[in-house]
Write a protein that binds this ligand. Structure first.
Ligand SMILES: Cc1cc2nc3c(=O)[nH]c(=O)nc-3n(C[C@H](O)[C@H](O)[C@H](O)COP(=O)(O)O)c2cc1C
Length: 176
């Protein structure tokens, strides 16, 4: 069974971005394994020096999860017009090891603000270009807090449709 690995750029317990990833996970067919990676907050600050004698366990775990995934989906908030440091840090650990090279990747940004974190999204896409990913689909979700109810359900049909289309694109990308 092929795995789609989801990574949230937010460490918050009640993160809207992580909630979006949880909802996305319900939109895949049963023959796709979907897992949200929860380790990016445990990674050390990227430093090539500490990679020389073999990766630390947390770094190796991230690399193994990416390597074993058929595709990856990243959902991120925007902090100060950019990608959260914790997500950029995780991506920096993958530059030289290459697990994301040619990997199908879909990206989502979600923000309570009206631009939907589009600047962080653009910055994320630029970083992913450096990593050589195969870009599959992109969704930007503005005013995300108005589209989720208190039960963490998506109450906005258009956004749900956009997520369903993104999920279908990922399934298609890993079909062969
Ligand atoms: C320090 C800080 C900076 C932020 N900067 C931005 C920003 O530049 N653009 C934006 O759309 N939202 C910004 N936000 C609001 C976040 O989008 C909001 O906190 C969001 O809910 C975080 O995502 P999460 O719910 O997945 O944790 C900022 C929030 C904080 C705490």
């Amino acid at each position: 069974m092929k795995t789609i690995l989801a990574i949230s750029g937010s460490l918050r317990a009640s993160s809207a971005n992580t909630t979006i990833l949880e909802i996305l996970g319900t939109l895949f067919p049963v023959d796709v394994r979907y897992a949200i990676y929860e380790g990016i907050g445990n990674l050390p600050h990227f430093n090539p020096d500490i990679d020389k004698d073999g990766p630390l366990l947390s770094v190796k775990a991230l690399r193994d999860h990416i390597k074993n995934a058929a595709a990856v989906v990243i959902c991120t908030p925007e902090y100060a017009f950019g990608v959260p440091g914790v997500l950029k840090n995780a991506l920096d650990w993958l530059v030289s090891s290459g697990e994301l090279n040619e990997k199908p990747v879909a990206t989502i940004s979600a923000s309570p603000l009206y631009r939907g974190g589009d600047r962080a999204h653009a910055s994320l896409l630029l970083t992913l270009e450096a990593l050589g990913v195969q870009k599959i689909a992109e969704v930007t979700i503005p005013a995300v807090t108005t589209k989720l109810n208190e039960h963490g359900e998506l109450t906005h049909p258009e956004t749900k449709q956009e997520l369903a289309t993104l999920a279908q694109s990922l399934v298609k990308a890993i079909a062969n």
